[in-house]
Write a protein of this length. Structure first.
Length: 178
């Protein structure tokens, strides 16, 4: 094994180049648990500071892109009406009190995630990642590469609703040079 490392190092020096290695860093951020949104309190606001995650801090200067993002957990529609769940984000600290203000002032990141009346679903990785809006992913990538501080909003999209997310986690897969 030692000879292999010497051979790689010698080839790099002889070629005048350098060897770049890249990898992916998984950053997870636990949200309020349980997270509950109702038509009485129609907006759940979560302040995210990735600077509190040691993996993010360690690799922040080497970040290249956001490879994937997902919202995971178990979600229950507590009402007799169907509901669509959506997630928005704002690149700056904000405090929008209503869904209309969220839609006007933030970017839609995720959704809609449909739930039938009284339905419970586990939000799995593939299903969640497929709900990410590509334009919002690009904007979130810029924010993650900047200071990693943003506001996440979880809202329902029907008139009368109540849903709960148990063990919600925002997961970011970051591409970085390591």
């Amino acid at each position: 094994m030692r000879n292999w490392r010497l051979l790689v190092a010698a080839a790099a020096l002889a070629g005048g180049g350098c060897i770049l290695a890249s990898g992916q860093i998984l950053v997870s951020f636990g949200l309020e648990n349980p997270l509950t949104v109702t038509n009485v309190t129609p907006v759940n606001r979560e302040s995210i500071d990735l600077g509190t995650n040691s993996d993010y801090v360690e690799h922040k200067d080497n970040l290249e892109s956001l490879a994937d993002v997902a919202l995971l957990g178990q979600i229950t529609n507590n009402s007799a009406s169907p509901v669509n769940v959506e997630v928005y984000f704002s690149a700056t600290p904000t405090s929008f009190p209503t869904p209309d203000e969220v839609r006007a002032g933030a970017k839609k990141l995720w959704g809609p995630f449909p739930l039938a009346a009284n339905e419970t679903k586990i939000i799995r990785w593939d299903e969640s990642a497929a709900l990410i809006d590509d334009a919002a992913r690009d904007a979130l990538t810029a924010e993650v590469k900047a200071d990693g501080v943003f506001t996440l909003y979880i809202i329902g999209t029907t008139g009368t609703f109540s849903f709960t997310v148990d063990n919600p986690v925002l997961v970011l897969v970051l591409d970085a040079r390591v």
